[in-house]
Design a protein around this ligand. Structure first.
Ligand SMILES: [Zn+2]
Length: 1017
């Protein structure tokens, strides 16, 4: 730590150095000599700054004001002081004090969180700018939508000179990253009161918009934990197992699906204010990583103008802070800019500039000694002044870096605001001219899609993204480009082919009236294009560690048809804008029995739980009635009034046909299963996406930890289905069973106490987070299944269930050779008679992230073996050609019996040798039933990165394994993920609704050459 005097000395040195460094006409950063300083506050800033080079002339003093309160008014100390983390409420209180004290600050409520807490945006600018907000918004809106000025560049230039740009800063989306709120409180104060030319220029030239806390629910939990830690200084403190109500770190991966309130609120604010920048504050690496530039591959749908802006702003930031002598400021590194799922990317996809800082944080407000990894303090070409190997680091240091970075950015942005405003217009204009520039002209979602409800859900996501949706008034036809043959890219092979080979012809496609058209000649075409297009990440890409998902194609993951149309004639089709997309629903026809076709839409499950008293059956075979075709699994509904059903179906977008008589097809009851939903105390994020989905669909469940489920003596008495969704990070078998070591340390409670009033929220609590499921819990789960319950697992919990032997005849392994990083893979329906498959087509798509590779075996306790392909059966070395038999000299040749063959996803046939005293041979009726498998190698990749895909190609993707009287339903894919995979939700919902009829349609025959030998059992 430095003394005040030393710091003042270093300040004047920097100021001197500064004045020469900025002698090129720019305004020098730092205090104006005439600016009065709050001496007491300034002294504390220096006290809490651990090294003189961890600050800058921009933040090493606090300007004094006669009437505007400093953050001390609420914090009781300065921003970044040790031991102080304000709740969101306190941060808001301060922002509202500022609003009262100065006309240069205005606070806006921008919505609430899942737990009902307020989110705010604070505008800081000159009195004049804030007085003219609406007028300014009108100007910015014209630049944001160039159609309003008929793409007139002259008019745009006029607006550019008049408009004041908006720079939007968001803090603390990640709850353990704690520094931003105090930094942003102080930043707002500085921007409002400092009269130095540098700050004044920002204030007069730009509107700074600040959401100091994005994840408000998580912030309050984090502050609770920190307070607990302060009250128990010698003890270990619990980890932040819940942030928001549903997810943790993934709250920053929601900018595609927009399922969380915080995403929706920030998106609406960004788009509503027509902001030019969205700058999101994070903490991880030392000391300030401006990952705006990041590393490749860049998202393929951004405007190249934005790629330039990233470089310009990012390098300016590094340059400015390098001149201050602040170590550890850099702008390249391992962050690729491929996925549009990050909060900041809202700006990139809406014609603005996305930015992100990682500053260094201690996960709280303790001042601590921090030791870095060698790669963190190594000097590299992009890190000329790297961080130090070991330092004392404080929250104040963090706040100094955050504020200095932001102030230099704001200043640079303001000085170049005409350029950035013009770019804002140009990017919007180029989005609007997309059909004639790079294309496509539109995406079409046909009116006759068999999944109108899922189609509506997809379009609703686009509408949340501020994309305009139109509907055609007439039928129309478009020309689709000729499909390229697979060889056409390989010149060498092409040469060998005869010239006369026919060129593939363009085709046409007809769409019925009422088809949805997403026009690409609109300002936010970019986000629609990015979500609906396909992604390809080359295995040869120099970037070997993708930062996040590599594929997300929404049409595929929602299981609805999306047609990319390059034919510009589509834009001339008569069409109307649709304000609110809704799937048509309700009852048609006459009769007291009702039927709903099953197309694997989640709304069917909603209906089942909503109409508790209705008798609903599922048809086990397809049928036709009233000239309508109904697929397997279609609902046959009785004991409900037409009015009730009509109301529910209209709301849900389900089309119901009244039948004069019940169909004569075999049916079984569809019941509202009683569900237990298990989570661990290790991590709750991945299961959080499942909770969110079930809550939105309206499926009730009892939410409990592995600790709690282990204590329920008779699970079958209370539940029909247990969902054990993926654990995610740290979900190994031993961690699930044993939890966190208890041989040392103290209990880690997760419960509400006077010290921690916000911890539990609407989730779960425990006296000690450390214990896991335990062996008793394992026994309970096994008992539950054996006695007839259904346990559903996915990815790591599937591996867990198999490791502890809950099911026979299936094994799971992971491959080092395979690299599938959050990709969309092709799936194939194997058993269409299984209720789990109801409503699905033969070909499908699913999300996979290096899923476990399942293999079946017909022998209990034996690992399924991987077929290595035909090489395995190749003949041994010997006489003759490859196809000849070998011979044994001196003996008449014998021919070996042909080895029975089976497909990779099947249970291999039982060999004669295995049948000898075959007590371990699993009878066909007890063998796992493969419902879906991964597609063949050549069809596996739909979007994203697939390397070594042959390891998992054709292997089972969803398996129903009988166990005792019950079932373990195992997913290798993750069917419920980030609100993006709605097309696979019904695989889980089908399991729930048909829990006591999962054996429907089961064919128990031997595969391969044994086929038919064993009778059905
Ligand atoms: Zn973060």
């Amino acid at each position: 730590m430095t003394s005040f005097k030393q710091a003042i000395a270093s300040l004047s040195f920097v100021l001197l150095a500064g004045s020469s460094a900025w002698a090129d006409g720019e305004v020098a950063p730092g205090r104006d000599p005439k600016q009065p300083v709050d001496a007491a506050y300034t002294e504390k800033i220096h006290k809490y700054t651990t090294q003189p080079y961890f600050t800058s002339p921009l933040v090493d003093y606090l300007p004094a004001s006669k009437n505007v309160p400093t953050p001390e008014a609420v914090l009781g100390d300065v921003a970044g002081a040790p031991g102080i983390l304000p709740y969101a409420e306190d941060v808001y209180k301060y922002m509202r004090l500022l609003e009262k004290a100065t006309p240069r600050v205005k606070v806006f409520s921008i919505g609430t969180t899942e737990e009902g807490r307020e989110m705010i945006a604070v505008a800081v600018s000159s009195e004049e700018n804030l007085r003219n907000l609406e007028e300014n918004r009108t100007r910015l809106a014209k630049l944001a939508d160039p159609r309003t000025i008929k793409l007139d560049d002259v008019e745009a230039d006029k607006l550019v000179t008049q408009a004041v740009p908006i720079y939007y800063i968001t803090g603390t989306i990640h709850s353990p990253e704690t520094g931003a709120p105090t930094a942003l409180m102080e930043l707002a104060y500085r921007l409002a009161v400092d009269e130095s030319p540098y700050i004044k220029e920002i204030r007069d030239g730009t509107i700074t918009l600040i959401t100091p806390v994005v994840e408000v629910d998580g912030r309050d939990r984090m502050v609770d934990l920190y307070k607990w830690h302060l009250a128990h200084p010698r003890e270990f403190y619990p980890w932040l197992v819940y942030w928001g109500k549903y997810v943790a770190h993934d709250n920053n991966r929601d900018a595609m699906g927009v399922t969380l309130k915080l995403t929706e609120n920030v998106l609406n604010t960004y788009v509503g204010w027509k902001a030019q920048v969205l700058h999101d504050l994070h903490e991880s690496v030392p000391y300030l990583y401006d990952n705006t530039i990041g590393d490749g591959p860049y998202n393929a749908w951004i405007d190249p103008i934005l790629a330039d802006e990233w470089q310009i702003i990012g390098w300016n930031n590094v340059s400015a802070m390098t001149k201050f002598g602040m170590p550890g400021v850099f702008a390249h590194g391992d962050f690729d800019t491929w996925s549009p799922g990050y909060l900041m990317f809202i700006a990139a996809m809406h014609n603005g500039i996305s930015r992100l800082y990682e500053t260094f944080g201690n996960g709280g407000a303790d001042t601590q000694e921090r030791t870095l990894d060698p790669e963190e303090y190594a000097r590299t070409w992009y890190k000329q002044n790297p961080p130090l190997p070991k330092v004392l680091w404080s929250q104040r240091d963090n706040n100094n870096y955050e504020e200095t970075g932001l102030l230099t950015s704001l200043h640079f942005f303001t000085e170049n605001k005409r350029t950035f405003l013009k770019n804002f217009y140009l990017k919007a204009k180029r989005s609007t001219t997309k059909p004639s520039a790079e294309g496509p002209a539109a995406y079409v979602l046909p009116a006759d899609d068999s999944r109108p409800e899922l189609q509506a859900e997809l379009l609703q996501v686009l509408q949340k993204q501020a994309v305009e949706i139109s509907r055609s008034k007439t039928a129309f036809t478009v020309t689709l480009p000729a499909k390229k043959s697979k060889e056409s890219g390989k010149g060498k092979e092409k040469k060998e082919k005869p010239e006369k080979e026919e060129k593939p012809e363009p085709t046409t496609r007809d769409f019925p009236a009422g088809s949805y058209i997403v026009r690409m000649d609109q300002p936010y075409s970019r986000i629609a294009d990015a979500l609906l297009d396909h992604q390809y990440w080359s295995p040869d890409d120099p970037q070997k560690t993708p930062y996040d998902d590599t594929g997300w194609t929404f049409g595929e993951l929602f299981n609805v048809q999306v047609v990319r149309v390059t034919d510009a004639k589509v834009l001339d089709v008569p069409m109307e804008l649709v304000k609110e997309v809704r799937a048509p629903g309700g009852v048609k026809g006459d009769g007291a029995v009702f039927a709903i076709n099953n197309a694997a839409e989640p709304a069917l499950a909603t209906l089942r739980y909503k109409l508790r008293d209705a008798v609903i059956d599922a048809a086990e075979e397809p049928f036709e009635s009233e000239a309508k075709k109904f697929s397997r699994g279609s609902f046959v509904i009785r004991s409900v009034t037409r009015g009730d059903l009509d109301r529910a179906a209209s709301e849900l977008g389900l089309q119901v046909t009244a039948l004069s008589a019940a169909p004569s097809v075999k049916t079984h009851p569809v019941r509202a299963a009683r569900i237990a939903f298990i989570h661990t105390w290790l991590s709750t994020q991945t299961e959080g996406w499942w909770r969110l989905a079930l809550d939105k669909i309206g499926i009730p469940y009892d939410y409990m930890s592995t600790q709690a489920v282990a204590k329920i003596p008779d699970l079958n008495a209370k539940y029909d289905v247990i969902l054990f969704p993926p654990v995610g990070f740290g979900g190994s078998v031993s961690a699930i069973v044993n939890g966190v070591p208890m041989a040392w340390g103290n209990p880690l409670p997760w419960k509400n106490t006077p010290e921690t009033p916000n911890l539990v929220g609407k989730n779960d609590s425990t006296d000690d987070m450390r214990p896991g499921l335990g062996w008793e819990g394992v026994a309970r789960l096994q008992q539950f299944v054996q006695k007839g319950g259904v346990l559903l697992t996915a990815t790591d919990t599937s591996s867990f269930a198999l490791s502890i032997g809950l099911a026979d005849g299936i094994s799971s392994h992971n491959s080092d050779r395979m690299k599938i990083v959050g990709s969309v893979l092709g799936t194939r329906l194997v058993d269409d008679a299984s209720p789990i498959a109801y409503g699905y087509d033969e070909k499908g798509a699913a999300y996979c992230d290096n899923g476990p590779i399942f293999s079946l075996s017909s022998i209990a306790g034996q690992r399924g073996r991987r077929h290595l392909g035909p090489e395995m059966h190749a003949r041994p070395t010997g006489r003759g050609t490859q196809d000849d038999p070998d011979f044994t000299v001196g003996r008449v040749g014998v021919e070996a019996p042909e080895e029975p063959k089976s497909e990779i996803w099947e249970s291999p046939p039982v060999l004669d040798e295995q049948k000898r005293n075959g007590y371990r041979v699993i009878p066909p009726a007890n063998r796992p039933r493969v419902i879906f498998r991964y597609a063949d190698g050549k069809d596996l990749l739909i979007s994203g990165l697939v390397e070594g895909g042959d390891e998992i190609a054709q292997h089972p993707a969803v398996v129903d394994a009988p166990a005792g009287k019950g079932h373990v339903v195992l997913f290798s894919i993750n069917p419920v993920y980030r609100g993006e995979t709605r097309g696979t939700y019904a695989m889980v919902l089908n399991t729930i609704l048909n829990y006591d009829s999962l054996n429907a349609g089961r064919k128990d025959k031997e595969a391969g050459s044994d086929k038919g030998k064993e009778a059905d059992r």
